[in-house]
Unconditional design. Structure first.
Length: 458
């Protein structure tokens, strides 16, 4: 299995190369040369999440790791989860809630980032090199990246926290880590400013030491997608008797949705993928109106979804809509956002059989949280609640929906204070955060200032 860019010029890459490179040289995102097929009978025979992952991960790594090397990594990758099988499944009426928040940072991103970090370290050890992680976070990516990489001495992490609506719990998950290889950077700018700085850094790479990698931990890194594909197949392992599944997914950067689409292309029986967004509705506007145009970010109570551009969306346009025509994809995304993306209507209609979308505002999100708590004594976090609206309205005994629960409610205490709801349980990793000192470094959204800071601490 080799990989290539959605824009066509960066190709014939092995797994280790795209793992360590992150973003393609031509500005595109890496994709597998073909979709490997998963044996569903083998998936059903597995007794654990890790067992399912062993059926999935090696399909992408064979160009760089032997089958046994990959199995060894998968067996030891996921750590410090509070659920015995990593993923919880809660039945609420006709909906199955896939609880992905039992990891050490209480969010779904632990799955993809712990897998990526384990492979990062393996490559660094084999090549006797070091690496810099430079990431931007609107909420959960940063803490998951820090936790995943903190025990690997060869990796130094610099995570940019923008001004804005991140909860204080989310910030403190990053800012209270005191370690010589961890740096939380408070940036005077928006999340999009931070994303642009990350892209600029990957293009220039002019601040690295000799024999040093710059690693991508945002969901542009294909290895993160692999980790997320695994839990869709685990859902099938647990829920296959309910027939073909529908997935309702809260999303911002579209990585979680694209992982579901990838699983579908690999053989997972899926009826519908519901793309659920808050008022930052670029994805809903595309699926509903064929309008993919950038607008300003507005703050909501689901901050991890407060984005103006969905970075993984390029992968779907390339694979589903353009039938892997890299030249068309390059033209579209090299001119975006100056030129909004609007597809030929016959091409846009390819979405109909697989995708639906919804936009849920803060008031409806709060109402969903209250209703679920009152009827089932079950707390949804504000991101999961966005996706719950469509899941609960459409799921029935013949049309089963799986709701992806992407974060623990305790990460967003102010939401529940406003609703007069008490959070009765909190993950171990979130306890005592407000008793710890913060170690934040405040910088302007300026490339030279940020890279000079990295040089000083590298």
């Amino acid at each position: 299995m080799l990989f290539h860019s959605t824009r066509g010029k960066d190709k014939d890459k092995d797994f280790s190369s795209i793992l360590m490179q992150g973003l393609a040289d031509d500005g595109g995102l890496f994709m597998p040369d073909y979709w490997p097929h998963v044996d569903l009978d083998e998936i059903l025979s597995q007794q654990s999440f890790v067992g399912v992952a062993k059926c999935v991960v090696p399909l992408f790594t064979s160009s760089s790791f032997s089958h046994q090397e990959t199995l060894n990594i998968v067996e030891s990758t996921w750590h410090d989860f509070e659920h015995k099988d990593l993923v919880g499944i809660k039945k609420l009426h006709n909906v199955s809630v896939l609880e992905l928040f039992h990891g050490p940072t209480a969010a779904f991103k632990d799955f993809g980032l712990q897998l990526a970090a384990a492979f990062f370290n393996k490559v660094l050890e084999s090549e006797n090199k070091t690496a810099i992680v430079l990431g931007a976070t609107s909420g959960d990516t940063g803490s998951a990246a820090i936790d995943a990489c903190k025990n690997y001495d060869r990796i130094k992490s610099f995570i940019m926290l923008p001004n804005g609506n991140m909860s204080e719990v989310q910030q403190r998950q990053m800012s209270t880590i005191k370690s010589s290889n961890i740096f939380a950077l408070k940036i005077n700018g928006t999340f999009d400013d931070c994303q642009d700085l990350v892209k600029q850094a990957f293009q220039k790479r002019d601040f690295l030491n000799t024999n040093q990698y710059l690693l991508a931990v945002n969901s542009i890194n294909w290895t993160r997608i692999i980790g997320q594909i695994c839990y869709y197949f685990y859902a099938y392992n647990q829920l296959s008797k309910k027939g073909n599944l529908n997935f309702s997914i809260p999303t911002g950067n579209f990585g979680n949705v694209f992982a579901c689409y990838s699983a579908h292309k690999m053989g997972l029986p899926v009826d519908k993928i519901s793309v659920a967004v808050n008022n930052n509705d670029i994805l809903h506007r595309f699926f509903n109106e064929n309008d993919y145009s950038q607008r300003s970010v507005c703050e909501t109570i689901s901050p991890s979804m407060d984005i103006s551009v969905a970075s993984n969306f390029e992968r779907l346009v390339y694979d589903l809509f353009l039938d892997r025509d890299a030249s068309q994809c390059a033209e579209m995304f090299e001119n975006f956002p100056i030129k909004p993306i609007e597809l030929d209507i016959s091409i846009w209609n390819k979405k109909k059989n697989l995708f639906s979308s919804c936009m849920v505002n803060d008031l409806d999100t709060e109402n969903m949280i209250k209703r679920t708590y009152q009827s089932d004594s079950y707390l949804l976090d504000p991101h999961t609640a966005v996706a719950a609206v469509e899941a609960f309205s459409k799921s029935d005994k013949n049309n089963h929906y799986v709701l992806l629960s992407t974060a623990h409610p305790a990460k967003f205490p102010k939401v529940y204070q406003k609703l007069n709801i008490k959070i009765n349980s909190s993950p171990v990793s979130l306890k005592g955060l407000f008793n710890k000192d913060e170690y934040l470094h405040t910088l302007d959204a300026d490339y030279n200032k940020i890279t000079n800071f990295i040089k000083l601490n590298n």
